[in-house]
Every structure is written in C-alpha cells, then in structure tokens.
Design a protein around this ligand. Structure first.
Ligand code: AMP
Length: 408
C-alpha cells in the first residue's frame, strides 16, 4: 500500500510517499514559506533534493504542486493518483478526544477544529492540509495521527497542574505532551532491538533536537512526559525555554512592558540555546563557539545537558528504576559530546556510557558499557513511517483492501 504522509505547518507542507509493505520511501519534499513571495517547493530523495517550484498562495495550491510532482515529469514517483492508496496526516493536538489514530470523517474534522484553541498554529494548518487533500483526492481514505495520543495513558497525578481545578474543567488545561509518535516509535524499536517484550521494560525515551522532550514508559505505557499543555514545557530547547519559574512571566511583562503574546513569543522563539548563547539555536554552532572559549556558549551547552540529566533522575524515581535510556533526533543521534555530558556522573545509578562506542556513527546501536545495568541506546526516529503504518493498519481494519482496491 502506498501512503502519502502529510505534515502541514502554518507556512509549510512536508510530505513523504511510502510503500508500507516494502518500508520504502518513494518520494519526499517540502513546500516552505507558503503564502509568501519567497515560497518554494523542494522535492527529491536525500542528495537529489532540489527546488522545483515557487509561488504558492496557500496550502491548497501547495498540495496541487505536490501531487503534480508526484505523478508527472521527471520527479514522478507513481503514474497516477490512483496509485496513492491512502493519506496519513500528522496532527499536533488531539486533546482528550483521541487516544489513538483514527480514520478522518466530519466528526474528526470538527474535533480537530475545536482543539485548535490549544494549538492554534498547528491544528489550523493540519486542517488546511486535510481540506486540500479532500479537494484534490476526493474519497481517498485519510487517517489522523496525533502527537498527543501516546500520552493519553498518563495518570491524573502526572497530567494535572496544581492550579485551581476549575481551570481544568473550564479550559481543559492539563498536560497533553508532544512528539508522541516519535516516543512510540523509538520505544517499540528499542524493545525489538533488545529482543524483549515492550511490556517487560522500563524505558526513558529522549527526543532531543531543536525541540526536546522526554518520556517515562513503564511496561509499554507512557506514565509521564516533559512537554505540557503546549510544547513549551519541560526541557531547555533550541529556542524554547522549557520549564521556568512561572512568576517570571508577569515579572517580565511588567518590567519589559510586554503583552502575554509577546512574552509567549520570547519564551518560544528567543530563549533556550539561542537565548543563553546569543549565537544560535543550532547546537553545532553553540558547540563550536564553546570550544573556542565563548563563555555563554559553554553555559548554554552545560544547561542543555543538565536539563536532560535532571529528567533522567525524575523518571527513574517515577518508575522505580529503568532498563534502558533511548536517545533520538538531531542531537541525540549525532552529538557524542552532548551524550557524554548527559551521562557523566550517572555511574552510581548503574548507567555507564562506553566512550568509544559513543563516538561511533551508525543506525540503531548501544552505547553503554557491557557491565552497565542500564542500556543506553540510539534509535533514529521515523515519525513518517509510524504515520504510514498507522494509516495502513486503520485503512485495512476499517475499509479493507484487496489488491490495491478498497472495498466496503
Ligand atoms: P532536529 O530538530 O531533530 O532536526 O535536530 C536539530 C538539532 O540537532 C540542531 O541543534 C543541530 O545542531 C543538532 N545536530 C544535528 N547534527 C548534529 C551533529 N553532528 N552534532 C551536533 N549537533 C547536531
């Protein structure tokens, strides 16, 4: 089955066409700065990526360009839209409604719309992606895969905030988490790599890149996660501050004469590695500056690793132990120096990193010493594959597919 995975952002439309049975990526690309004069469409696999279009007024036009590039000319991956069997959409906020991926119908669309209040940029964009697909590929089965659904298993003691209870009742203010598709994927792959049932393991999963989140997964069930009502909470990130003393918010508003929206912007876009280093949100640049003696870059680097270390401690306490710590995303997969800093000093907890293995590159691998009680693993994440697989499973279950033809 060929599944088109769509990840629509407020001004972007990322896509990947996969054959699920063969686990093969047939095509991928991204439309960026949609709706602006600088819009462009990049298409192609790995080193072959190149800009093939410009000018798209909205997501609808972007989708038309994507479908054209998938089916026509030198970029074609399939001969017609008939060869795309289903579409999987990444949706950031599923709120309390969705604890799993679902087939998209009018009711699902209405709920995604209702939840846009909790994720205005993201859910609104996802709806534009869904509507564009409905227009250009009417009747094609579509599945919604939510970033939050993996965390619907959190117990109330983990998802509630100690605020007046009415705020939860009135506005559903609670922890929803994010990056759930990535945490679900790497926890499943980690169990498979260790050749043990997920249900027998206590895992701490770390998605650390520009956005960062960690989860405690106890016997296959997510019991805590670091992102909150929004993806601003938890760890220090590239441009996001993560958890800070909430009293800082009114203080800064008053003293810097900022509105709520402005301070929100400051915490989301001007903080984290960028805010502390004053150099970049990109860890590679911060690392380089710190190695050249820049003190603020060194501080940013130290704070980023310390923030992760503290959550490891928290989640060991939450689960009463841990069997494996799993790292993924740009920093987790690639930065040996950051990994060394995160795990330094954790030997008393039975966590020992092997410094030689840590320097090696590759795919799924162990970087703990042979005598480490806790395994440390790297699992490259693949959210698109997970979305395609959910789409495949749901379309099979709900609709049925025979030889590429859907039957009721
Ligand atoms: P992501 O959000 O998963 O794409 O991750 C982006 C982050 O990963 C950026 O901060 C990059 O600097 C960082 N990153 C990617 N490759 C490396 C590398 N080889 N060494 C250090 N950081 C890296």
């Amino acid at each position: 089955m060929n599944v088109l995975v769509i990840n629509a952002g407020s001004s972007s439309l990322k896509y990947r066409l996969l054959n699920v049975e063969r686990q093969e990526v047939l095509a991928k690309g991204i439309c960026e700065r949609v709706g602006s004069q600088e819009a462009f469409h990049k298409h192609g696999l790995d080193d072959n990526e190149r800009v093939i279009d410009a000018q798209m007024a909205d997501h609808d036009e972007a989708m038309a360009l994507v479908l054209e590039s998938l089916t026509h000319g030198p970029t074609a991956a399939v001969s017609s839209l008939d060869e795309i069997d289903a579409i999987g959409h990444r949706i950031v906020q599923g709120g309390k409604y969705f604890d799993r991926s679902v087939l998209i119908d009018d009711d699902v669309i209405a709920k995604i719309d209702e939840l846009a209040e909790l994720a205005p940029l993201h859910n609104g964009a996802a709806l534009m992606g869904i509507r564009a697909c409905q227009k250009h590929m009417p009747g094609k089965p579509m599945v919604a895969v939510f970033d939050t659904s993996f965390f619907q298993t959190l117990p109330p003691k983990a998802y509630m905030y100690p605020l007046p209870y009415e705020l939860y009742e009135k506005y559903a203010i609670r922890k929803y988490g994010a990056h759930g598709t990535s945490h679900r994927y790497i926890s499943e792959r980690a169990a498979s790599f260790l050749d043990e049932p997920l249900e027998d393991l206590k895992l701490i999963t770390c998605h650390i890149g520009n956005g960062c989140s960690m989860s405690a997964i106890d016997h296959g069930v997510a019991v805590d996660t670091s992102m909150g009502l929004t993806p601003l909470d938890g760890l220090m990130m590239g441009t996001r501050c993560g958890a800070i003393d909430p009293a800082i918010v009114p203080f800064v508003m008053e003293h810097e004469n900022l509105t709520g929206a402005e301070v929100n912007d400051l915490m989301n876009k001007k903080s984290g590695l960028l805010g502390i280093s004053g150099i970049s949100n990109d860890l590679r640049s911060v690392r380089e500056a710190s190695e050249n003696g820049d003190e603020r870059a060194m501080l940013a680097y130290d704070m980023y690793s310390n923030s992760i270390k503290k959550y490891i401690g928290q989640y060991i306490a939450v689960m009463g132990g841990v069997d494996a710590i799993v790292l993924t995303a740009g920093v987790g997969e690639n930065c040996d120096k950051m990994r060394r800093m995160i795990f330094s000093g954790l030997q008393p907890l039975g966590i020992k990193i092997d410094l030689e293995k840590n320097k090696e590159r590759g795919g799924e691998r162990l970087i703990s010493t042979d005598d480490s009680e806790v395994q440390i693993m790297i699992i490259p994440t693949d959210e698109e594959y997970m979305i395609a697989r959910d789409t495949f499973d749901i379309v099979h279950e709900k609709i049925g597919v025979e030889g590429g033809v859907f039957v009721d």
